[in-house]
Write a protein that binds this ligand. Structure first.
Ligand code: KIV
Length: 283
């Protein structure tokens, strides 16, 4: 009998903050990538709405819908049997009402099969996080430069540099913790503010552009693999897959044109008499 792989739980993630073990998080949007990431023992896979840009080619994440997210989450769930999978709630799927937030969070669990959802905002979404958690659905918070508010911020700008903004971020982090979230992403905020938040809340903080003092780190996989159009300052490229893929595609095109591929070895055989009979019918 095949041994059942134990899936990472939110308790495992919470415990990592206590023991000081750094938490690694990567995004995935499809089966094959999820499988590779899962085999590398990354404990959390985020199906981020960043797929709007890196997979679907939109300018930002705002056009991403629930149906798109569910579709991609299902593929990731099929690929990853060990990691805790978090589905990112898209723009306007939890803003209008608590009922909306609950119904859409439930779709992630029931239809897509993920184990948790992520939503953006602090104090303003506190009640929604609380109600989703009360239904038994784990929530990852997300504060700072929250991409769904890109138009409100006027661009991808670092948040929390001035006193009022820094205090707001501390209040947001505490609100997310208070509401029952199991972790919180801190995006593009000054590293010393991120350190202070990390020391003053009991749930793990996950950095993306928030420096090394956080309890963990998340990257958009396409950025770290060198598949995106550009590499943000807060990211790090661990491979240049665009170059490798370009080389491979060029080599394939050249092989086919030159008659070097396919060969007999890539082909299938047919019995002579079958072929002769087909030939005979031609005349
Ligand atoms: O959508 C996403 O990938 C995210 C991460 C960048 C945190 O929200």
């Amino acid at each position: 009998m095949a041994t059942q792989v134990k899936r990472v739980t939110i308790n495992d993630i919470r415990a990592m903050k206590q023991t000081g073990e750094k938490i690694t998080v990567l995004t995935a949007y499809d089966y094959s990538t999820a499988k590779i990431i899962d085999n590398c023992n990354i404990p959390i896979i985020l199906v981020g709405d960043s797929l709007g840009m890196v997979v679907l080619g939109y300018e930002n994440a705002l056009p991403v819908t629930m149906d798109i997210m569910i579709h991609h989450c299902k593929a990731v769930v099929r690929g990853a049997t060990h990691a805790l999978i978090v589905g990112d709630m898209p723009f306007m799927t939890y803003h209008v009402s608590v009922e909306d937030a609950l119904r859409n969070a439930a779709r992630f669990i029931q239809e897509a099969g993920v184990q948790a959802v992520k939503l953006e905002g602090g104090v303003v979404v506190e009640e929604k996080i609380k109600r989703i958690v009360d239904c038994g659905i784990p929530v990852m918070g997300h504060i700072g430069m929250t991409p769904q508010s890109i138009n409100q911020f006027g661009g991808h700008l670092v948040q929390g540099k001035k006193l009022e903004a820094a205090q707001k971020l501390m209040d947001d982090a505490k609100a997310v913790e208070q509401a029952g979230a199991f972790s919180v992403v801190l995006e593009c905020i000054p590293l010393r503010l991120a350190a202070l938040i990390t020391q003053n809340i009991n749930i793990p903080t996950i950095s993306i552009g928030a420096g090394p003092a956080c309890d963990g780190q998340v990257l958009v996989t396409n950025d770290m693999l060198g598949l995106s159009d550009f590499s943000p300052k807060h990211s790090k490229q661990y491979a240049k897959l665009t170059d490798i893929m370009t080389q491979a595609v060029n080599a394939y095109r050249d092989d086919v044109k030159a008659g070097v591929f396919p060969t007999k070895e890539n082909s299938f055989i047919i019995d002579n008499d079958v072929l002769e009979q087909v030939k005979a019918k031609l005349h």
